[in-house]
Design a protein around this ligand. Structure first.
Ligand SMILES: [Zn+2]
Length: 238
């Protein structure tokens, strides 16, 4: 165990107010591609870049093409939680961790057993009719082809925050509250390059800001502890 991981373990052992903020890197170790990373979807061939397809405008204008990409690239329903998801759920059960704030939309934290999960970008597991708001299971979306339709004739939309769409105000407010009150804030698997990650950490007032990421991030110099490594590998040592 290296020195930084040993320090983090000591902090965690002594805390009952940990908050975790996670990005795509938490899920890539479960086999879910990060479309912003070099190995991610950018290197795969589609007629439009992922950020165009995953926008509100595109969803409304070319719904069938959105769903072709979405079913192909965004629904990874066979993915399983990894060591990082499991450790976070364990800390919550032990009364050490208060909340997981995540940018991921795969539901893997809940699959690992976490209860207080604030999904900033929504979840592929929830879907609803845009007309009558009837909820639909993700399997209803996955099994079909073309545009999934409700019995009422409305189009079914994933409860996922697309580009151009705003974040849920209540989830954002609760995330800020947890982060502002946290003893330890661990940020993992995100480059902190995108909104709202960079802004949210500004609410943290403690002196144990921990960054765990494969590569350096703009926030490294603000952190009290930086661990460069795969998050599942790091967490399995804690
Ligand atoms: Zn409907």
């Amino acid at each position: 165990m290296n020195e930084a991981i040993s320090t983090l373990k000591q902090w965690i052992d002594a805390s009952d107010n940990i908050v975790f903020f996670g990005g795509a890197g938490v899920s890539t170790e479960s086999g879910i591609p990060d479309f912003r990373s070099v190995d991610g979807l950018y290197n795969q061939h589609y007629r439009y870049p992922p950020e165009t397809i995953l926008s509100h405008t595109f969803f409304m204008a070319q719904t069938a093409e959105f769903y072709r990409f979405y079913r192909d690239k965004m629904l990874c329903l066979t993915a399983k939680p990894n060591a990082a998801h499991r450790k976070l759920a364990e800390w919550e059960q032990q009364g050490k961790l208060r909340a997981v704030v995540t940018q991921n939309i795969d539901g893997l934290h809940q699959a690992a057993g976490s209860k207080e999960v604030l999904e900033l970008h929504g979840s592929v597991l929830r879907n609803y009719c845009m007309r009558c708001h009837k909820p639909y299971d993700v399997r209803d979306i996955q099994k079909g082809t073309g545009v999934p339709k409700c019995a009422c004739g409305g189009t079914i939309k994933p409860d996922v925050v697309l580009y151009e769409e705003g974040l849920d105000g209540d989830i954002l407010r609760r995330s800020v509250e947890y982060i502002a009150a946290a003893d330890i804030l661990i940020i993992g698997g995100t480059s902190l390059a995108v909104y709202p990650a960079a802004g949210l950490i500004d609410y943290y007032r403690g002196d144990k800001l921990v960054l765990v990421n494969k590569t350096a991030t703009p926030a490294d110099r603000r952190a009290d502890l930086v661990i460069h490594g795969a998050i599942g590998e790091v967490f399995s040592q804690l």
